[in-house]
Design a protein around this ligand. Structure first.
Ligand SMILES: [Mg+2]
Length: 121
């Protein structure tokens, strides 16, 4: 199992990695700090699941998902991980191409439910 994590805040990145390791201790987890780094990683590597923050410098989550879908033409399941709390943002995220959505602070049970479902895609 190979995961790509995209998150500009180092603390959040490590927390997410540790949370994933609980359910998938043998997973290969690649950490990137923004959409641009993730985009470059995706040009030469394939993953089973991509989890991405939305608000990031250089390239945000919306720009990244656009490239994943329209340019790289990947069908890899994608999960938006974001602090946006307003209900309308969830629809916006799903409309933009993300398959799933997890809100921050991340609830462990919710994360593992989403991981399980998205990896069956
Ligand atoms: Mg951020």
């Amino acid at each position: 199992m190979k995961f790509l994590l995209v998150e500009d805040e180092e603390f959040n990145l490590i927390v997410l990695e540790e949370m994933i390791k609980i359910s998938y201790p043998d997973a290969k987890i690649v950490l990137t700090n923004n959409g641009q780094e993730a985009y470059e990683m995706l040009q030469t590597n394939s993953f089973d699941l991509i989890l991405s923050d939305i608000n990031m410098p250089i390239m945000d989550g919306y720009a990244l998902i656009k490239k994943i879908k329209n340019e790289l033409l990947l069908t890899t399941p994608t999960v938006a991980v974001t602090a946006f709390a307003i209900q309308g943002d969830k629809e916006k995220l799903l409309m933009s191409g993300f398959d799933y959505y997890i809100s921050k602070p991340i609830d462990m049970a919710e994360l593992h439910k989403v991981l399980k479902v998205s990896l069956l895609d």
